[in-house]
Design a protein around this ligand. Sequence first.
Ligand code: GLC
Length: 422
Amino acid sequence: MKLARLSKVFLASILCLSAACGARKPDSGGKIVLRYLDEPDVAGTAKEIIRKFEEANPGIRVEMVEGPSATNTREDLYATSFLSGQDTYDVVFMDIAWLAKFAGQNWLRPLDDFFTPQMRSEFLPGDIQGSQYQGKIYRLPAFSDGGMLYYRKDLLQKAGFAPPETFSDLVRIARKIQDPPKLWGFVFQGAQYEGLVCDVLECIWGNGGDLLAADGTVKLDSPEAIGAVRWMVEAIHKNKISPPGVLTYQEEESRHLFQEGKAVFMRNWPYAWELLQKDGSPVKGKVGITPMVHGRGKKSAATLGGWGFGISSLSRHPEAAWKFIHFAASPEIQKLRYFRTGRIPSRKSLYRDPEIIKASPHITALYKVLLAARPRPVNASYARISDTVQLYVSAALSQRETPEKAMQSAAKEIREFLSRQQ
Ligand code: GLC
C-alpha cells in the first residue's frame, strides 16, 4: 500500500518538475501573476474565463497549468508543490475530496475574511459543508457534482421497461437488451483512482452499508459493503453486463462508449448530459437520467462531488487571488461553464435561471439529487483511506481477491492506520 502511494507521489514529482514546479517567474511588467493547476481545458473554457477576468482586471495575469484529468494525480501534484515549500501556486482548484487533507496540512489560507456567511448562503449547502474544516472555510465552490444513472430511453421503451430502481432490475434489463460487444449493459468508472471510490460508495450506501460510520468505525467488511462490491464484480464476470475494459475506465471512457451508442446504462456525473445532447451526438434525445440503483428495500445514494477554488497559504497575493476566484465562481461564469462544459452550478439561484431551465429541464430533478448527495468521509487521512479502497476494490474487480477477502483486508488496513492517527 505504502509503495502504491509512494510511486504515485514519485510520478507526481516528475510531472510536477516537468510541468510547473520550477522556480517561480517574477511578476511580469508590474503585473501580479497568479498561477494555478487545472484539469485539461479541452473546450478552452478556462482560457476564456481567464481572458474575461484579465480584461476586467488589467493589473493581474493568470497562468493556468493544464494537469492530468484524474483528480488524485492532480492532488499529488499540488501536494508535491506544497511540500517543496515554494509558492508555485496561488490558487488551488480543488476537488471537494481534498479539502480535509489540504486544510489539515495548513496548505490553504482560511477564506473567512473574504467569504462572508451572507455570500455562503447563496451556494448549495453540501458544497459549503464540504468546503469547511474545523470551523473555517477554505474553498469557494465553482461547480457541484453528484453521481447518477444514465439510461437509453429509446431502448428501454422499445423493450417495454421502466427505468431500473434496484441492482437486480438493472442486471435483468441490461441482460435483456444488451448485445455485446456492440452494445454493453452497464458502464461505470472501474479504473483504480478516486472515481472508483465514488462509484463503490454509491453501491455500498445504496445497499445500506457505509465506509466509515458517523462515529468513525470502519464498516467496509460489513455484509452490505461486501454485497455491493460483489454486485460490481458480478456485473463484469458473471452477468457480463460490463465490458472487461471497464477496469480501465474513468469518466470520459465511460461517456465515450455510452455516447457512441454502445451501452444501455452508465453511471456518471451530470456534466455528461450536455455532451450527450450536443448536435451530432448519436444518442441525442435518446437518454434519460435516474438516481443510481439500490438494494431491495434500500435507498439510492449519490456521492457528492464538485470542484472549487482555494488560496494557497504560501501565496503572496491573496487579495488578487480572491478577486480571481470570486469572478470564476460568479453566477455569470458558472452559467457560461454550464453551457460550455455541462458542469452544474454550485449557486442555488442558477437552478431557477429561465435560460438554464429552458435548455435543460432535467436540472430541477438534478437539484434534488444534489441536495441528497452524500459526502465522502471528511478526514485528514482521506487520501490514504481512498488509496486503500481503490487498491482492494480493484483487486476484487479483477478477481485477484474475493470481495470478502478484499474488503476484510481494506477494513483491517484502514482500522490500523486510523488507530495510529489518534
Ligand atoms: C468528479 C467529482 C469529484 C470526484 C471525481 C472522481 O470530478 O466532481 O468530486 O472526486 O469526479 O473522478
